[in-house]
Design a protein around this ligand. Sequence first.
Ligand code: SAH
Length: 367
Amino acid sequence: MNERPHLTGFTLTGLTEFLPTLGEPAYRGRQIFSALQHRRLLSFNEMSDLPKALRERLRETATASTLTVESRYVSEDGTRRFLMKTHDNLPVETVFIPEERRDTICFSSQSGCPLQCTFCLTAQLGLLRSLTPGEIVEQIIVALNDAYGVGEKPPRGTNLVGMGAGEPFLNFDSLLQAIRIMAEPQGLFIVPRRVTVSTAGVVPRIRDLATIHDRPNLAISLAAPTDELRDVLMPINKKWPLEELLAVCKEFEQTLKPGERFTFEYVMLDGVNDSDEQARQLANLLNRYDLHAKVNLIPHNSAAPLPYQPSPATRVEMFKAILESKGIHSFVRKPRGRDIFAACGQLAAVTQTVGVITNSSVGLEQL
Ligand code: SAH
């Protein structure tokens, strides 16, 4: 067990308040914040601007790093997947996706996931536990240090997406705390408008997000245009059906500020949710709620135990054309890192090409 405070999960204010409890001046808190978040040092030993005695004291009473990288996989397209372990030996996965003009880091909010979306490999893990703010922030530090070297300034902008393992809105407070830490100009300085968080549709938290000033961008996973089908693909729909979800989306849309992005995601499953009729149903549904958000079409990333195939490219194009003809903007997302099990819905602590770590699933009732 690791009961010592994980300082990577402290805000700047939190650290300036914590150091005095050790009998140290508050400015040491600022120094440590900058060492962790700006210089991205994950051990107190390396913080050579701190007195040796303080470094030792910190080593005894706190911790800078709780994740260990177990494996690192590099895709032929440059995407990197990190399989890490928490101090209590649970898997955490993070994906680094280099693009021409920016890098995107996809982080996990939970180890495993309690939702039982039938097309997603992570669902097979069940929920192991929610991650702490420090475990969320540390994923970003590990990925940046691996890509550029410890503390080196990233040459391009960094975008973050909360689309890894887990349902971020079932770990809302830790997620927001992590986002606050990462936004700090004296630290990583990744501002909320560079962060996008994806939810399967936890309606009360979408309503909460609508009231928050410095908030990340929102993405909603739809996967089906009717309750009948969505109940099957995403069982969370039984708790918060489309009518409630789209109504709160409309409320949220009305609070959008210039520059904020709000999108829907729609995973394309061959012969399941990709017909012309379903495209029309989807467009009519969004139009009925007068929603203007763009739809990202994601061809399914297959994995052996999942009973689905990706829709063929021509089908995806036809689906997109129908949406566009009804005034719904859409975009086909290019899969990245499929060869290393790094793509959407493929994060399930896969250690080889086969061999998924499984766990009995936690039902929705237990949320
Ligand atoms: N729990 C959150 C975030 C994780 S999933 C959510 O549901 O939004 C991130 C995105 O990947 C979601 O839009 C999800 O629908 C999609 N996805 C899941 N499994 C997939 C798969 N096998 N192939 C393609 N997309 C998938």
